[in-house]
Design a protein around this ligand. Structure first.
Ligand code: ZN
Length: 139
């Protein structure tokens, strides 16, 4: 059930990230001055305050940096239990997302994951699924 589910509201700054998601590409800002990746999207680099940010496509590959299992959904449109995780992308930046497609009791820190895109009516959400072995695509 997704009816009434709270969804992100793209802003002028974050729109390229969400447009990329609609095209099933994981987009992240990178600083043209210091090279740092910046996420969530910002008007200026969080490392050097430069406004010379540009958009790059991430590999979408990473691992589970940390996670928690939500047993009591914050909204009736969420099906508990579900996994909220901090994903460490291969490029070294982090994003908060969901790990789906794996039993909750099998999820571990350090598991390799890859992005998948879940299309809703108004927005596409990047989520992650476990890669069973390096280089092998699941599903
Ligand atoms: Zn910078």
């Amino acid at each position: 059930m997704t009816e009434g589910r709270p969804m992100p509201h793209p802003t002028a700054i974050s729109e390229p990230h969400w447009q990329g998601a609609r095209e099933h590409r994981l987009m992240v800002q990178r600083c043209g001055e210091c090279g740092a990746y910046v996420f969530p999207p910002r008007a200026a680099c969080t490392h050097c305050f430069s406004s010379a940010l540009r958009w790059e496509q991430s590999s979408g590959l990473g691992d589970i940096y940390s996670y928690t299992i939500i047993h009591r959904a914050p909204h009736p449109s969420f099906e508990a239990p579900y996994c909220a995780a901090i994903i460490r992308l291969a490029e070294g930046w982090h994003m908060t997302s969901n790990v789906i497609g794996t039993p909750m009791d099998e999820i571990e820190v350090g598991m390799p994951v890859e992005v998948i895109f879940v299309d809703f009516d108004e927005v596409t959400l990047p989520m992650f699924r476990v890669r069973r072995s390096a280089g092998e695509r699941t599903g």
